[in-house]
Design a protein around this ligand. Structure first.
Ligand SMILES: Cc1cc2nc3c(=O)[nH]c(=O)nc-3n(C[C@H](O)[C@H](O)[C@H](O)COP(=O)(O)OP(=O)(O)OC[C@H]3O[C@@H](n4cnc5c(N)ncnc54)[C@H](O)[C@@H]3O)c2cc1C
Length: 355
Protein backbone atom coordinates (compact mmCIF):
# COMPACT_ATOMS: atom_id res chain seq x y z
CA UNK A 1 0.00 0.00 0.00
CA UNK A 2 1.07 3.62 -0.55
CA UNK A 3 0.82 5.30 2.83
CA UNK A 4 1.36 8.93 3.87
CA UNK A 5 2.26 9.73 7.48
CA UNK A 6 1.68 13.30 8.63
CA UNK A 7 4.00 14.23 11.52
CA UNK A 8 7.66 13.54 12.19
CA UNK A 9 7.42 13.20 15.97
CA UNK A 10 7.99 9.86 17.70
CA UNK A 11 4.48 8.53 16.98
CA UNK A 12 4.65 9.37 13.26
CA UNK A 13 8.15 7.94 12.89
CA UNK A 14 7.35 4.71 14.74
CA UNK A 15 4.21 4.25 12.64
CA UNK A 16 6.21 4.79 9.44
CA UNK A 17 8.87 2.33 10.61
CA UNK A 18 6.42 -0.45 11.49
CA UNK A 19 4.47 -0.09 8.22
CA UNK A 20 7.62 -0.06 6.09
CA UNK A 21 8.86 -3.18 7.87
CA UNK A 22 5.63 -4.85 6.78
CA UNK A 23 6.28 -3.96 3.13
CA UNK A 24 4.23 -0.76 2.69
CA UNK A 25 5.57 2.21 0.71
CA UNK A 26 5.60 4.97 3.28
CA UNK A 27 6.18 8.71 2.90
CA UNK A 28 6.45 11.02 5.94
CA UNK A 29 5.45 14.69 5.75
CA UNK A 30 6.80 16.89 8.55
CA UNK A 31 6.08 20.61 8.42
CA UNK A 32 9.29 21.54 10.30
CA UNK A 33 12.20 19.36 11.35
CA UNK A 34 11.92 15.78 12.62
CA UNK A 35 11.67 15.41 16.39
CA UNK A 36 11.53 19.14 16.96
CA UNK A 37 8.17 19.43 18.73
CA UNK A 38 6.64 17.59 21.70
CA UNK A 39 8.79 14.48 21.31
CA UNK A 40 12.03 16.30 22.21
CA UNK A 41 10.47 18.29 25.07
CA UNK A 42 9.59 15.34 27.27
CA UNK A 43 10.88 14.46 30.74
CA UNK A 44 13.03 11.89 28.93
CA UNK A 45 11.56 9.02 30.90
CA UNK A 46 10.72 5.63 29.49
CA UNK A 47 8.20 4.76 32.13
CA UNK A 48 5.09 2.88 33.05
CA UNK A 49 3.67 5.99 34.68
CA UNK A 50 3.48 5.29 38.41
CA UNK A 51 0.89 8.03 38.88
CA UNK A 52 -1.58 6.39 36.44
CA UNK A 53 -2.09 3.71 39.08
CA UNK A 54 -3.98 6.29 41.12
CA UNK A 55 -6.57 6.57 38.36
CA UNK A 56 -6.78 2.82 37.89
CA UNK A 57 -5.21 2.79 34.41
CA UNK A 58 -3.59 -0.59 35.01
CA UNK A 59 -3.62 -1.81 31.40
CA UNK A 60 -1.95 1.39 30.24
CA UNK A 61 0.73 1.05 32.92
CA UNK A 62 1.36 -2.60 32.03
CA UNK A 63 1.71 -1.80 28.35
CA UNK A 64 4.01 1.16 29.06
CA UNK A 65 6.20 -0.95 31.37
CA UNK A 66 6.66 -3.54 28.63
CA UNK A 67 7.46 -0.82 26.12
CA UNK A 68 9.91 0.79 28.57
CA UNK A 69 11.87 -2.47 28.73
CA UNK A 70 11.66 -2.99 24.97
CA UNK A 71 13.20 0.46 24.27
CA UNK A 72 16.03 -0.18 26.74
CA UNK A 73 16.80 -3.50 25.01
CA UNK A 74 16.38 -2.11 21.51
CA UNK A 75 18.56 0.99 21.85
CA UNK A 76 20.91 0.62 24.85
CA UNK A 77 23.22 3.29 23.36
CA UNK A 78 20.57 6.00 23.90
CA UNK A 79 18.73 4.68 26.95
CA UNK A 80 19.57 3.46 30.44
CA UNK A 81 17.82 2.06 33.48
CA UNK A 82 17.30 4.89 35.97
CA UNK A 83 16.90 4.35 39.73
CA UNK A 84 14.45 6.91 41.15
CA UNK A 85 14.18 7.87 44.81
CA UNK A 86 10.77 8.70 46.24
CA UNK A 87 11.25 10.29 49.66
CA UNK A 88 8.28 10.41 52.01
CA UNK A 89 7.74 13.35 54.34
CA UNK A 90 5.35 13.80 57.25
CA UNK A 91 2.21 15.51 55.93
CA UNK A 92 2.64 14.05 52.43
CA UNK A 93 -0.66 13.77 50.50
CA UNK A 94 0.01 10.11 49.84
CA UNK A 95 0.63 7.98 52.95
CA UNK A 96 3.53 5.56 53.00
CA UNK A 97 1.28 2.48 52.90
CA UNK A 98 -0.39 3.77 49.74
CA UNK A 99 2.91 4.36 47.97
CA UNK A 100 4.14 0.96 49.13
CA UNK A 101 1.05 -0.64 47.59
CA UNK A 102 1.58 1.30 44.37
CA UNK A 103 5.20 0.13 44.22
CA UNK A 104 4.15 -3.52 44.65
CA UNK A 105 1.57 -3.13 41.88
CA UNK A 106 4.12 -1.43 39.61
CA UNK A 107 6.56 -4.31 40.15
CA UNK A 108 3.79 -6.83 39.48
CA UNK A 109 2.66 -5.11 36.29
CA UNK A 110 6.28 -5.01 35.09
CA UNK A 111 6.17 -8.83 34.96
CA UNK A 112 9.51 -10.42 34.16
CA UNK A 113 11.32 -7.10 33.72
CA UNK A 114 15.11 -7.17 33.91
CA UNK A 115 15.01 -3.92 35.93
CA UNK A 116 15.37 -4.32 39.70
CA UNK A 117 12.21 -4.29 41.81
CA UNK A 118 11.33 -1.41 44.12
CA UNK A 119 12.63 -1.31 47.69
CA UNK A 120 11.48 0.40 50.84
CA UNK A 121 14.09 2.67 52.49
CA UNK A 122 14.66 4.02 55.97
CA UNK A 123 15.39 7.71 56.52
CA UNK A 124 19.11 6.93 56.85
CA UNK A 125 19.12 5.03 53.57
CA UNK A 126 17.37 7.91 51.77
CA UNK A 127 19.97 10.31 53.17
CA UNK A 128 22.79 8.04 52.05
CA UNK A 129 21.49 8.20 48.48
CA UNK A 130 20.74 11.93 48.60
CA UNK A 131 22.68 13.78 51.32
CA UNK A 132 21.45 17.15 50.03
CA UNK A 133 17.80 16.47 50.81
CA UNK A 134 16.35 18.37 53.75
CA UNK A 135 15.91 15.96 56.63
CA UNK A 136 13.20 17.73 58.62
CA UNK A 137 9.99 15.64 58.55
CA UNK A 138 11.64 13.02 56.33
CA UNK A 139 10.24 9.59 57.23
CA UNK A 140 11.96 7.34 54.72
CA UNK A 141 11.10 6.47 51.17
CA UNK A 142 11.20 4.07 48.24
CA UNK A 143 13.57 3.45 45.37
CA UNK A 144 12.33 2.08 42.09
CA UNK A 145 13.48 1.83 38.48
CA UNK A 146 12.33 3.29 35.19
CA UNK A 147 14.25 4.15 32.00
CA UNK A 148 15.89 7.36 30.82
CA UNK A 149 16.45 8.24 27.16
CA UNK A 150 17.84 10.98 24.98
CA UNK A 151 14.44 11.66 23.43
CA UNK A 152 15.61 13.65 20.39
CA UNK A 153 18.50 11.34 19.52
CA UNK A 154 16.41 8.20 20.05
CA UNK A 155 13.74 9.61 17.71
CA UNK A 156 16.39 10.45 15.11
CA UNK A 157 17.65 6.89 15.47
CA UNK A 158 14.10 5.69 14.65
CA UNK A 159 14.15 8.03 11.62
CA UNK A 160 17.35 6.30 10.49
CA UNK A 161 15.66 2.89 10.87
CA UNK A 162 12.81 4.30 8.76
CA UNK A 163 15.17 5.34 5.97
CA UNK A 164 16.86 1.94 6.02
CA UNK A 165 13.43 0.32 5.70
CA UNK A 166 12.71 2.46 2.62
CA UNK A 167 10.60 5.28 4.12
CA UNK A 168 10.78 8.57 2.20
CA UNK A 169 11.02 11.45 4.68
CA UNK A 170 10.07 14.99 3.74
CA UNK A 171 10.91 17.80 6.17
CA UNK A 172 9.73 21.37 5.72
CA UNK A 173 6.60 19.83 4.14
CA UNK A 174 3.45 21.21 5.79
CA UNK A 175 0.18 19.43 5.05
CA UNK A 176 -2.74 21.81 4.58
CA UNK A 177 -5.52 19.20 4.48
CA UNK A 178 -6.15 15.46 4.13
CA UNK A 179 -9.27 13.92 2.59
CA UNK A 180 -11.13 10.64 3.30
CA UNK A 181 -10.54 9.83 -0.39
CA UNK A 182 -6.78 9.74 0.20
CA UNK A 183 -5.68 13.10 -1.16
CA UNK A 184 -3.08 15.23 0.62
CA UNK A 185 -3.10 18.96 0.01
CA UNK A 186 0.43 20.25 0.53
CA UNK A 187 1.51 23.84 1.09
CA UNK A 188 4.62 23.60 -1.06
CA UNK A 189 3.79 21.12 -3.84
CA UNK A 190 0.95 19.64 -5.86
CA UNK A 191 -1.69 17.39 -4.21
CA UNK A 192 -0.77 13.72 -3.86
CA UNK A 193 -2.92 10.59 -3.61
CA UNK A 194 -2.40 7.66 -1.26
CA UNK A 195 -4.15 4.39 -0.39
CA UNK A 196 -4.08 5.49 3.23
CA UNK A 197 -3.19 8.67 5.14
CA UNK A 198 -2.19 8.64 8.81
CA UNK A 199 -2.70 11.90 10.67
CA UNK A 200 -0.13 11.60 13.47
CA UNK A 201 0.36 15.33 14.00
CA UNK A 202 0.40 15.06 17.82
CA UNK A 203 -1.20 18.09 19.48
CA UNK A 204 -2.09 19.42 16.01
CA UNK A 205 -4.02 16.32 14.84
CA UNK A 206 -7.44 17.73 15.76
CA UNK A 207 -6.67 21.04 14.02
CA UNK A 208 -5.60 19.24 10.85
CA UNK A 209 -8.93 17.40 10.86
CA UNK A 210 -10.88 20.61 11.25
CA UNK A 211 -8.76 22.31 8.54
CA UNK A 212 -9.78 19.35 6.35
CA UNK A 213 -13.47 19.98 7.10
CA UNK A 214 -13.81 16.79 9.16
CA UNK A 215 -15.46 16.65 12.58
CA UNK A 216 -13.25 15.21 15.31
CA UNK A 217 -14.76 12.51 17.54
CA UNK A 218 -12.23 13.31 20.27
CA UNK A 219 -10.85 16.57 21.53
CA UNK A 220 -7.31 17.26 22.66
CA UNK A 221 -6.63 19.15 25.85
CA UNK A 222 -3.56 21.24 25.20
CA UNK A 223 -1.55 21.34 28.42
CA UNK A 224 1.93 22.83 28.46
CA UNK A 225 4.69 21.23 30.50
CA UNK A 226 7.96 23.03 31.11
CA UNK A 227 11.38 21.95 32.38
CA UNK A 228 14.48 23.68 33.70
CA UNK A 229 18.03 22.47 33.24
CA UNK A 230 20.17 23.82 36.07
CA UNK A 231 23.91 23.88 36.65
CA UNK A 232 23.78 21.46 39.53
CA UNK A 233 24.94 17.86 39.48
CA UNK A 234 22.12 15.47 40.39
CA UNK A 235 23.34 12.53 42.44
CA UNK A 236 20.10 10.61 42.27
CA UNK A 237 16.82 10.96 40.36
CA UNK A 238 13.98 12.11 42.59
CA UNK A 239 10.21 11.96 42.40
CA UNK A 240 8.71 14.57 44.75
CA UNK A 241 5.28 15.94 45.65
CA UNK A 242 4.85 19.63 44.87
CA UNK A 243 4.60 21.27 48.34
CA UNK A 244 0.99 21.88 49.33
CA UNK A 245 -0.41 20.03 46.31
CA UNK A 246 -0.98 16.58 44.88
CA UNK A 247 1.06 17.13 41.73
CA UNK A 248 4.41 15.43 41.44
CA UNK A 249 7.61 16.63 39.82
CA UNK A 250 10.95 15.11 38.94
CA UNK A 251 14.56 16.12 39.53
CA UNK A 252 16.63 14.02 37.14
CA UNK A 253 20.30 13.71 36.27
CA UNK A 254 20.79 15.04 32.75
CA UNK A 255 24.14 15.43 31.00
CA UNK A 256 25.95 16.30 34.23
CA UNK A 257 23.23 18.75 35.32
CA UNK A 258 19.76 18.58 36.88
CA UNK A 259 16.56 18.46 34.85
CA UNK A 260 13.58 19.74 36.84
CA UNK A 261 9.98 19.38 35.69
CA UNK A 262 7.30 19.53 34.90
CA UNK A 263 4.34 21.92 35.06
CA UNK A 264 0.75 21.76 33.79
CA UNK A 265 -0.61 24.93 32.21
CA UNK A 266 -3.59 24.92 29.84
CA UNK A 267 -2.92 27.03 26.78
CA UNK A 268 -4.40 27.70 23.34
CA UNK A 269 -2.82 25.61 20.58
CA UNK A 270 -1.59 28.71 18.78
CA UNK A 271 0.11 30.32 21.82
CA UNK A 272 3.94 30.19 21.97
CA UNK A 273 5.24 27.01 23.58
CA UNK A 274 7.70 28.48 26.08
CA UNK A 275 8.38 28.19 29.78
CA UNK A 276 6.84 31.22 31.52
CA UNK A 277 8.34 33.20 34.41
CA UNK A 278 5.67 31.78 36.70
CA UNK A 279 6.64 28.24 35.77
CA UNK A 280 10.31 29.02 36.44
CA UNK A 281 9.42 30.35 39.91
CA UNK A 282 7.15 27.38 40.58
CA UNK A 283 9.85 24.82 39.73
CA UNK A 284 12.61 26.66 41.62
CA UNK A 285 10.39 26.93 44.68
CA UNK A 286 9.45 23.26 44.53
CA UNK A 287 13.12 22.23 44.19
CA UNK A 288 14.27 24.50 47.03
CA UNK A 289 11.58 23.17 49.35
CA UNK A 290 13.39 19.83 49.43
CA UNK A 291 17.08 20.71 48.94
CA UNK A 292 19.47 22.12 51.52
CA UNK A 293 21.44 23.94 48.79
CA UNK A 294 18.92 26.14 47.01
CA UNK A 295 19.01 27.09 43.33
CA UNK A 296 18.30 30.50 41.82
CA UNK A 297 17.48 31.83 38.37
CA UNK A 298 21.19 32.37 37.71
CA UNK A 299 21.70 28.57 37.87
CA UNK A 300 19.36 27.96 34.93
CA UNK A 301 21.19 26.88 31.81
CA UNK A 302 18.14 26.23 29.66
CA UNK A 303 14.37 25.98 29.79
CA UNK A 304 12.14 24.07 27.39
CA UNK A 305 8.44 23.38 27.03
CA UNK A 306 6.11 21.08 25.13
CA UNK A 307 2.37 20.61 24.90
CA UNK A 308 0.74 17.36 25.90
CA UNK A 309 -1.89 16.02 23.53
CA UNK A 310 -4.31 14.71 26.18
CA UNK A 311 -7.32 12.88 24.81
CA UNK A 312 -10.82 13.71 25.92
CA UNK A 313 -14.07 12.54 24.44
CA UNK A 314 -15.66 15.37 22.44
CA UNK A 315 -19.12 14.18 23.46
CA UNK A 316 -18.23 13.97 27.15
CA UNK A 317 -15.18 16.04 28.11
CA UNK A 318 -15.39 14.92 31.74
CA UNK A 319 -14.92 11.27 30.74
CA UNK A 320 -11.67 9.73 31.96
CA UNK A 321 -8.76 10.43 29.69
CA UNK A 322 -7.14 7.62 27.81
CA UNK A 323 -3.66 7.38 26.42
CA UNK A 324 -4.62 7.37 22.77
CA UNK A 325 -7.58 6.98 20.42
CA UNK A 326 -8.14 6.52 16.68
CA UNK A 327 -10.64 7.96 14.23
CA UNK A 328 -11.25 6.57 10.76
CA UNK A 329 -12.66 8.64 7.91
CA UNK A 330 -12.43 6.58 4.73
CA UNK A 331 -8.74 6.38 3.83
CA UNK A 332 -7.77 8.83 6.56
CA UNK A 333 -6.83 7.54 10.04
CA UNK A 334 -6.23 10.06 12.81
CA UNK A 335 -4.34 9.38 16.04
CA UNK A 336 -5.27 11.37 19.14
CA UNK A 337 -2.73 11.42 21.96
CA UNK A 338 -0.05 8.82 22.60
CA UNK A 339 2.95 8.82 24.93
CA UNK A 340 6.60 8.63 23.96
CA UNK A 341 7.14 5.33 25.78
CA UNK A 342 4.19 3.61 24.08
CA UNK A 343 4.85 4.92 20.55
CA UNK A 344 5.77 1.52 19.12
CA UNK A 345 2.75 -0.17 20.69
CA UNK A 346 0.60 2.55 19.14
CA UNK A 347 2.32 1.97 15.78
CA UNK A 348 1.56 -1.73 16.00
CA UNK A 349 -2.16 -1.04 16.59
CA UNK A 350 -2.21 1.48 13.78
CA UNK A 351 -0.67 -1.10 11.45
CA UNK A 352 -3.46 -3.56 12.29
CA UNK A 353 -6.06 -0.87 11.57
CA UNK A 354 -4.49 -0.08 8.20
CA UNK A 355 -4.40 -3.74 7.04
C1 LIG B 1 6.27 18.26 29.26
C2 LIG B 1 6.07 16.89 28.74
C3 LIG B 1 6.75 15.82 29.30
C4 LIG B 1 6.57 14.55 28.81
N1 LIG B 1 7.30 13.55 29.34
C5 LIG B 1 7.16 12.29 28.85
C6 LIG B 1 7.99 11.25 29.33
O1 LIG B 1 8.89 11.47 30.15
N2 LIG B 1 7.79 10.01 28.83
C7 LIG B 1 6.81 9.73 27.91
O2 LIG B 1 6.64 8.57 27.54
N3 LIG B 1 6.02 10.73 27.41
C8 LIG B 1 6.20 11.99 27.84
N4 LIG B 1 5.45 13.00 27.33
C9 LIG B 1 4.49 12.70 26.28
C10 LIG B 1 5.19 12.61 24.93
O3 LIG B 1 6.27 13.50 24.85
C11 LIG B 1 4.22 12.93 23.80
O4 LIG B 1 3.00 12.28 24.03
C12 LIG B 1 4.79 12.48 22.45
O5 LIG B 1 6.09 13.01 22.27
C13 LIG B 1 3.88 12.90 21.32
O6 LIG B 1 4.50 12.55 20.12
P1 LIG B 1 3.81 12.85 18.75
O7 LIG B 1 4.66 12.27 17.67
O8 LIG B 1 2.40 12.39 18.80
O9 LIG B 1 3.76 14.45 18.67
P2 LIG B 1 4.90 15.49 18.26
O10 LIG B 1 6.22 15.10 18.76
O11 LIG B 1 4.39 16.84 18.61
O12 LIG B 1 4.94 15.35 16.69
C14 LIG B 1 3.91 15.83 15.86
C15 LIG B 1 4.59 16.39 14.62
O13 LIG B 1 3.58 16.73 13.66
C16 LIG B 1 4.03 17.86 12.97
N5 LIG B 1 2.88 18.49 12.33
C17 LIG B 1 1.84 19.10 12.94
N6 LIG B 1 0.97 19.55 12.03
C18 LIG B 1 1.48 19.24 10.81
C19 LIG B 1 1.03 19.47 9.47
N7 LIG B 1 -0.11 20.12 9.20
N8 LIG B 1 1.80 19.02 8.45
C20 LIG B 1 2.97 18.35 8.69
N9 LIG B 1 3.43 18.11 9.96
C21 LIG B 1 2.70 18.56 11.00
C22 LIG B 1 4.67 18.72 14.05
O14 LIG B 1 5.56 19.65 13.51
C23 LIG B 1 5.36 17.67 14.91
O15 LIG B 1 6.71 17.48 14.53
C24 LIG B 1 5.65 14.31 27.77
C25 LIG B 1 4.97 15.37 27.19
C26 LIG B 1 5.19 16.66 27.64
C27 LIG B 1 4.53 17.80 26.98
Amino acid sequence: MRIAVIGGGINGLCSAWRLAQGGDHVTVFERGRLMDATSSASSKLLHGGLRYLETGQFLLVREALRERDAWINRAPQLTRPLPILLPIYRGSRRPRWMIGLGMKLYDMLAGKSALPKSESLSKAQVMAFMPLLKTESLLGGFRYYDGQMDDRQLGLWVAEQCRQAGVVINEDAPVVAASPEGTLTLAKSRPMSFDCILNVAGPWAEKLLSDSGIKARYGLDVVRGSHLIVERACRHALLLEVPGGKRIFFVLPWQGRSLIGTTEVRQPLEAPIVCSNEEIDYLIEAYNHFHSQPIARADIVETFAGIRPLVKSASDPSKARRDYAFQRNGRLLTVFGGKWTTSLALAEKLKRKVH
